[in-house]
Design a protein around this ligand. Structure first.
Ligand SMILES: [Zn+2]
Length: 463
């Protein structure tokens, strides 16, 4: 009897879990709080079930987007008006924008296709993984497919290694990690483009960047979440761990929200110090303990292995949106970071990258520590990598856009986004080389000497 009831319950739960979440008639507003009181009101609208915030953390002046169901719309407007909070409708029908994003870009936006893969639309996990497998078949001497681990739902976390010169003496290693956050679809579209460029570009500088470094590129390190954004919930961010399932009634969101850990809060550096939540019903739930999630452990183990195999020179964690190159560390200020790590050099490298990026289409990226340009946070992968290895350059890059479409960036922007990012990567590499990091680690002599000469120069000039 008990077993029967259990089976029925299981079927119901399974059914509930797999029914697709739709957003027909849901509006998206951008709300801008001018002070902490107004910010509190906005946070409370989510607690009261009036709307769902796109970000758990936001600045007083920057504002945040909030999705509001049709039956809650009047209540939302009343709350905003009563409290004199600035708001603007930015999407009239969220489902329409989600559906549009699945369409291909217009023919004029298509320019490239490589091994039956293209960048005029977004791809499913299967398509991406099949393509990675094809690369190994087509470039057997250069490309190796790598599985770094498995997800909560036992999916492979698949990437590739690109190595043009397996017999070199010292191996410089670069790693690109994509899609820790499921809904950031522009990320795998960028990571796959970088792979294509490294394999097919005829530009001498691009070829040099591909060949000087052994690249490890993982377009989707959160495969369960990514699949879930296609099958069930387009706005899903976390992994799909069910271990912390609980009622989310007091948070004002669906209970399913507790089925997931924010992988970019789960790493074992300053874990849960700031900008992370111990509430499973939030988007920034850091997990029950550091590295509790198999996806985060897979990344961590893989990085440690790479760090033993050669000299890690680049770590790039790709995210969207807000157009930023974020420099470590995320839980402290720039001044505090500068005392601990080569912050000044990383900042310069990032600024040069952002300047070069802007030249092509005028797209502006901001540079700095997370606390200055976004919000303080902790337990992130790129901070952890910076802390645990001697990697000179570790960035978190937030891709397009500034929030017009946010996670729902139209497919027509994939290629422009990718072109400007490649410009930035090349400039980042030029600057890194100029600062001497190809030849030594973080505490390198050339950089210290430059700094000393520069200080002397400044002193003379000031006097
Ligand atoms: Zn992200």
């Amino acid at each position: 009897m008990f077993l029967k009831i259990f089976t029925v319950l299981l079927i119901i739960v399974t059914f509930v879990n797999t029914s697709k979440v739709t957003f027909n008639g849901h509006r998206v507003y951008k709300v801008i709080p001018n002070n902490d009181n107004e910010k509190e009101v906005i946070i409370n609208t989510q607690k009261q079930g009036i709307g769902e915030l796109w970000l758990d953390q936001f600045d007083v002046r920057d504002g945040v987007r909030i999705t509001v169901a049709p039956e809650k719309n009047q209540q939302f407007l009343d709350t905003m008006n009563k409290n004199d909070i600035e708001y603007k409708e930015v999407i009239a029908d969220l489902q329409q924008v989600i559906d549009d994003q699945l369409k291909s870009a217009s023919r004029s936006d298509r320019s490239t296709s490589f091994l039956s893969f293209d960048w005029d639309r977004y791809h499913t996990l299967d398509e991406i993984y099949n393509w990675l497998d094809q690369l190994q078949v087509n470039y057997p001497n250069i490309v190796t497919t790598v599985v770094m681990g498995r997800s909560v739902e036992n999916r492979e976390i698949k990437g590739i290694k690109i190595n043009y010169n397996p017999n070199r003496n010292t191996t410089l290693i670069g790693m690109i990690e994509g899609t820790l956050h499921a809904r950031e679809w522009i990320v795998p579209a960028t990571a796959t483009w970088i792979i294509k460029e490294f394999l097919t570009s005829t530009d001498p500088e691009m070829k040099a960047l591909a060949k000087n470094i052994e690249w490890h590129i993982f377009p989707v390190v959160n495969p369960d979440g990514y699949v879930y954004t296609f099958t069930t919930h387009r706005m899903w961010r976390k992994n799909r761990s069910t271990r912390n399932f609980t009622s989310c009634a007091s948070t004002g969101v669906d209970d399913d929200m507790s089925n997931g850990v924010d992988l970019n809060r789960n790493f074992d550096f300053a874990w849960m110090e700031v900008g992370a939540s111990d509430n499973p019903c939030t988007n920034t739930f850091a997990g029950p303990f550091a590295l509790s999630e198999p996806e985060a452990r897979a990344v961590a183990d893989y990085v440690l292995t790479l760090n033993n195999q050669g000299r890690l020179i680049y770590y790039f964690g790709l995210h969207s949106y807000t157009q930023l190159i974020v420099v470590p560390y995320s839980h402290i200020t720039a001044e505090e970071s500068a005392k601990l790590i080569n912050y000044a050099d990383m900042y310069e490298i990032a600024v040069r990258g952002a300047e070069k990026l802007k030249e092509r289409f005028g797209t502006e990226y901001r540079v700095g520590v997370s606390a200055d340009i976004m919000y303080p946070m902790s337990g992130t992968s790129f901070d952890w990598v910076k802390n645990v290895t001697d990697v000179p350059v570790s960035f978190l890059i937030e891709l397009r856009d500034l929030g017009e479409y946010g996670f729902l960036l139209p497919a027509s922007q994939i290629i422009p986004n990718n072109l400007e990012i490649m410009d930035a990567l090349l400039e980042i590499d030029r600057t890194t080389r100029r600062l001497g990091y190809y030849y030594s680690g973080t505490n390198n002599l050339i950089s210290s000497l430059t700094l000393i000469v520069f200080s002397i120069f400044v002193k003379l000039f000031v006097n």
